[in-house]
Write a protein that binds this ligand. Structure first.
Ligand SMILES: [Zn+2]
Length: 325
């Protein structure tokens, strides 16, 4: 089953869509705020946004997919009466970067910091270009949910303005950067969720912002190198963080993060074994335990995990877009 069909099937089992309203920021540490992402029925997800308030303005980490998500970020900046100075994209997946253009339109001095991986995704044979071609060529079907055309239009509008996804300041290596006057440790992870991801550690608060290195209810492997992803989780663990904000899901303690890290390792081992995909999926859902809050989360976790066992096995253990196999 293709992932889009799986998402539809899962969504149909949920309650009807509630009208989207902008997410509200909440403080998770001093001068550090979470604008929570979400996953509404029959729609693509929005990743979490973290905003660091610095002496010179705001540092926005990831910008979501939908306008209502970037509206939440913009409303927060207005309420704080502070300009957005820096946008950090942990990776180029569009649920984390589609809002770049809207933020820059309102805050023209904002600069985008991310890796060069997005240039490869935007190349003629890159993941985003291939997917845009597929979306343009697809004939709508009567069974499509009403949101489908809208989601496709959002995707293609983002692709029309693809330059907004590219870095103003490419980040090639790990190091401490001063963004909006606030020192942040910016870490580069090669060949993990995409072929180059960023994550951040703020020594002052002990907050780590780790993008899709942690994704609940299950990791998304579309562009991933699972073995190097595991190494990136180990690198996060080696940092003395107190609270980790994942790309999707609630902020987690060290204990919660380590639960995820162990579940990820076990899942990879299961993918490499002869076990039935359903058995690996059930084990995933059990291993991430209390990180999943509701029955809907658990059902989604098992559905996604089973899908990705087959996806990874079909593709030799890693995404076809993984450069190091
Ligand atoms: Zn994501």
């Amino acid at each position: 089953m293709r992932l889009a069909a799986l998402l539809v099937a899962l969504a149909l089992t949920q309650a009807a869509a509630t009208p989207p309203s902008p997410p509200e920021a909440r403080e998770i540490a001093p001068d550090t705020f979470l604008v929570p992402g979400g996953m509404l029925p029959n729609r693509g997800p929005d990743g979490n946004t973290v905003v660091f308030a610095g002496p010179d303005g705001l540092v926005v980490v990831d910008t979501g997919r939908h306008a209502w998500h970037s509206d939440g970020i913009l409303a927060f900046a207005r309420a704080r009466r502070q300009p957005i100075r820096a946008i950090v994209n942990t990776h180029w997946h569009l649920d984390h970067s589609s809002g770049n253009g809207r933020l820059k339109a309102a805050h023209p001095d904002a600069r985008v910091y991310t890796t060069r991986a997005v240039d490869r995704a935007l190349a003629p044979d890159g993941f985003l270009t291939r997917n845009a071609e597929m979306a343009r060529g697809r004939t709508p079907e009567p069974t499509d949910p009403p949101t489908r055309a809208e989601e496709t239009a959002i995707f293609l509008a983002t692709m029309e303005a693809f330059d907004e996804l590219r870095p103003d300041v490419p980040v090639e290596a790990s190091g401490t950067m001063r963004l909006a006057g606030r020192p942040l440790s910016v870490r580069a992870a090669e060949d993990a969720v995409t072929d180059a991801d960023l994550w951040l550690y703020d020594e002052a608060t002990g907050v780590a912002v780790i993008g899709d290195l942690v994704t609940l209810p299950a990791p998304f492997f579309e562009t991933a190198c699972p073995a190097q992803w595991q190494q990136a989780l180990d690198a996060v663990w080696a940092m003395p963080f107190r609270l980790a904000v994942p790309g999707h899901g609630a902020p987690m303690t060290r204990e919660g993060f380590d639960m995820y890290r162990g579940a990820f390792r076990a899942f990879r081992a299961c993918v490499g074994s002869e076990a039935e995909s359903r058995a690996c999926a059930d084990a995933w859902t059990r291993d991430v335990g209390t990180l999943l809050k509701t029955d809907v989360d658990r059902r989604q976790a098992t559905g996604f995990a089973a899908y990705y066992v087959d996806f990874l096995r079909t593709n030799g253990g890693a995404s076809p877009d993984c450069r190091v196999k």
